[in-house]
Design a protein around this ligand. Sequence first.
Ligand code: ZN
Length: 588
Amino acid sequence: MEFTNFKDLKVYKPDPEKIKKQYEEITNRITNAQTPDEATNAILDSFKLQDEISTNFDIIYIRQTINTLDEEYSKLNDYCDEIMPVIQEYSSAVDKAILNSRFLEEIGEKFGKHYIDLLKVSDKTFKPEIIDYLINENKLQSQYRKVVSSAQIEYKGKTYTLAQLGSLMQSQDREVRKETNELYWNFYAEHDKEIGDIYDKLVKVRTTIAQKLGYDNFIQLGYDRLLRIGYNYEDVKNYRDEVYINIVPLSNELFERKIKRIGITDPHYYDYSLTFKSGNPVPKGNCEELVEAASHMYSKMNHIASEKFEFMRSHGLFDLESKKGKAPGGYEAYVPGIKAPFIFSNFNGTSGDIDVLTHEFGHALQAFLGSSYVVPSYRSPGYECCEMHSMSMEFFAYPYISLLVGEEQDEKYRYNHLVSAINFIPYGVSVDEFQHFVYANPEATHEQRKAEWRKIEKKYLPHRKYEDNAFLESGGYWLRQTHIFDSPFYYIDYTIAQVVAFEFFIESLDNYKATFEKYLKFDRLGGAYPYKELLKEAGYENGQGIPTIELMYNSEGPHKDTCQIIQQNWEEIGINVELTNQEWAVFL
Ligand code: ZN
């Protein structure tokens, strides 16, 4: 589809009857195929149909999240939520016909063994009997989104969304930090019961779906829905244990040093987000200026990255500023019909804005480079690898980051980013361990879930203390984590990806250009292989199935090695060693 601007793209109310007919025709063609070509041609038509349907749905979803108050799009989006599972029934009939085809071998030869493997996994996740439950699940997810995007918080005469409060919550002024953190968490405390009820219903409906499909509980179904091939929840548990042993002590140490550095003797939860006494690094300029700076950065980084960034800019494929009615969070969504991605975010004046222009654009670049695959499921990999593309880009931006933060904050940004990246891992595995508890114990009450969260938090994030916030002390922090509601079991992917992103980073310090080429190759591979093989193809040997923590250290040895690797390279990444010696004195 040729297009000049995203805003001109037309959407329509999907007609399930018409879609049904189209899919039925394809299913029959596959079932009745007399030659392998007849079967594969029908499959190619199913790819086209799938692209057409998702293009329409994606554009509706994007516009609805940009303005959740727009009635027309809200209605359309609700309608899509409603019919999505019905459409899944038709498309899964196609999948079944493929799996039952006498030309399955030839189909596998044409589209690849991985294509068949993916069909097999996804086939386990659906039966027509679960449609009503899927519809309900979608509705509950939308309900959660509506509750959190409805927040209108008054502070000093101004009204804020939850995202907009973000920059004040890390203000240098402790009073402001305290007050805005209290307001933020009060919102969740006030909606505790409402959100808890939504989540309880989500857990129950997911558990029912799992049982109807023949699973013991939702855990393996959650993994299968994410099309994880080559590792299971036991591998993930081992990985979390490694994080507990290796990363948690390091992260704690970093925290202790930071508290000394910012000179707070009695740290409270609202101080945790502050990294420097002089305030956290902030982006240089407003949204427009930042996009301009990012454009400059990509023009220096690599010509392919630059070309794609400019394409997005000139075709209206960004919606970055936080505004009233906008859904929270940020995402990149690939729209197959235009062979291009869209980036959505809520700029709020924190360094998170920079991550959007690096992280989300990392996803976008992969989407562009993977878009040439005819098989839709090959265009992008599983989430654990997807996040490697985005998180590595955050590091590739290091040499140019002063364009986005200004010379004077250059070091600060990198320091903060790197330390946050390390600290993120224990948080990420907490979110994962929590969800394993939730779905292994679907009958637990909201209060029991909160208590379990607090217990997990104490294990992986022992520095977190909430004496003066009863809601957080009771275990309410996870209510803000949208993934727990929208994409069960997804979160661990970020931490796995973080580990591999460290690999790209450390390598890029030695040879930036060659590592970037390796990265582009990895982008182009899309999802044509399962996780382990993808990494291998990209040039990372990985015998464990899941990147182990050793991968990150690049050598054996305890956690201090990471610090050493980073410290040795501190100068190379442009950090003023004079100054950082003082920092390091407390850092290490
Ligand atoms: Zn991402």
